[in-house]
Design a binder for this molecule. Structure first.
Ligand SMILES: *Cc1c(COP(=O)(O)O)cnc(C)c1O
Ligand code: SF4
Length: 337
């Protein structure tokens, strides 16, 4: 963000400009948060491998002066990322070979996942995407044509999932032409979008975007990605309100992260906050074991104990399903005992 600019001036800009002004160095983010980088366990090597990227809207939800802020810990490149953990790899889910060949991932019955772009508005340190060769994952016109044809030719597909990276980083014209092509496929019932933008860059939820999504004859489902109640600010609430008012179903998925949300009270508060703004808790994922993310891992027994505490506190519809991804399985795997 330019030095002389107020936050109000930043938030008055359109989403592309806000994105261009996202923090991209540890120094700038620390300066904004009134923290000294020297006092933090930051790693230049980690930042070089997977750069820091944080929109101001998300950074504004962090507590100034708190080096343990649960939002800061999601984005700060730290030394522990360089540690080696057994069982952690560059492609824990086994999607990479499939994903680089085509933009369609058809792993589960009736649903295909379409990889639209390799980039995101925020770089989450726990993400499996950190080790992906993003450039190979752009949805060019040719790949898009092939993807649409694939979906047209398989009548068992009732849902297309736009994923990434973050599919809402596509500009309106790309997105609108894609949605229109999907609208024309008779056997499709739903278009699902997985995006963290409503949370980290709510300015992306414009009237134009809603006017692309909302008239679709397909049901539109948007799965946001929020890990902690502190991520929900006024701008996020307004964006979700606008989406909901226009008939878009909102779900949330989170990742269970050590030191960030591995606490029953925090998980309950997250569910309560989400639902009070019209978002239904859907999945709580166990971490994908990607290289560089071992320090975020919460073990399965710990996760189960946590979800049981949540279950003992909240109505069933506010308890997210605890799941993990297993290479080769026919669905996400529910974790229970
Ligand atoms: C997670 C995932 C889906 C969606 O699974 P749901 O259980 O329907 O949410 C679909 N395809 C792929 C490849 C996935 O990884
Ligand atoms: S894919 Fe999701 S979790 Fe990964 S960096 Fe992008 S926004 Fe973060």
């Amino acid at each position: 963000m330019p030095e002389q600019q107020s936050e109000a001036q930043h938030f008055a800009k359109n989403w592309q400009l806000q994105l261009a002004e996202a923090f991209n160095t540890v120094e700038d983010l620390c300066h904004y948060l009134q923290l000294s980088p020297a006092a933090l366990p930051v790693s230049a090597t980690a930042a070089q491998a997977f750069p820091l990227r944080v929109p101001l809207s998300f950074a504004a939800c962090m507590e100034k002066g708190n080096p343990h802020d649960p939002l800061l810990l999601q984005v700060l490149p730290v030394e522990t990322e360089m540690a080696v953990y057994p069982g952690f790899s560059n492609d824990p889910v086994g999607d990479l070979p499939a994903a680089t060949q085509s933009s369609v991932l058809h792993k589960y019955h009736g649903r295909v996942l379409l990889i639209n772009t390799g980039s995101c508005a925020i770089n989450c340190r726990y993400c499996f995407r950190r080790n992906f060769p993003y450039a190979d994952l752009q949805l060019g016109k040719q790949k898009e044509n092939a993807a649409v044809q694939y979906i047209e030719e398989d009548a068992s597909i009732s849902e297309v999932i736009l994923s990434g990276g973050d599919p809402l980083l596509l500009n309106d014209s790309r997105l609108s032409s894609l949605i229109e092509r999907l609208n024309n496929i008779k056997h499709l019932k739903r278009i699902r979008i997985h995006s963290r933008l409503p949370i980290v860059l709510p300015a992306r939820i414009t009237e134009e975007l809603i006017s692309i999504l909302s008239p679709s004859p397909k049901q539109i489902v948007l799965v946001v990605h929020c890990n902690h109640a502190n991520e929900i600010n006024k701008r996020v609430i307004n964006a979700c309100k606008a989406l909901k008012k226009n008939g878009i179903t909102l779900f949330n998925q989170s990742v269970l992260l050590k030191g960030i949300n591995d606490n029953a009270e925090i998980l309950c508060e997250l569910s309560e906050q989400l639902f009070s703004h019209g978002i239904i808790p859907y999945y709580l994922h166990l971490l994908d074991k990607a290289t560089g993310t071992g320090h975020f891992e919460v073990s399965e027994p710990e996760a189960l104990a946590l979800i049981k505490q949540v279950q003992a506190t909240l109505p069933g519809y506010l308890v997210p399903k605890l799941v993990k991804e297993q290479a080769g399985a026919a669905s996400k795997q529910y974790v229970f005992r």
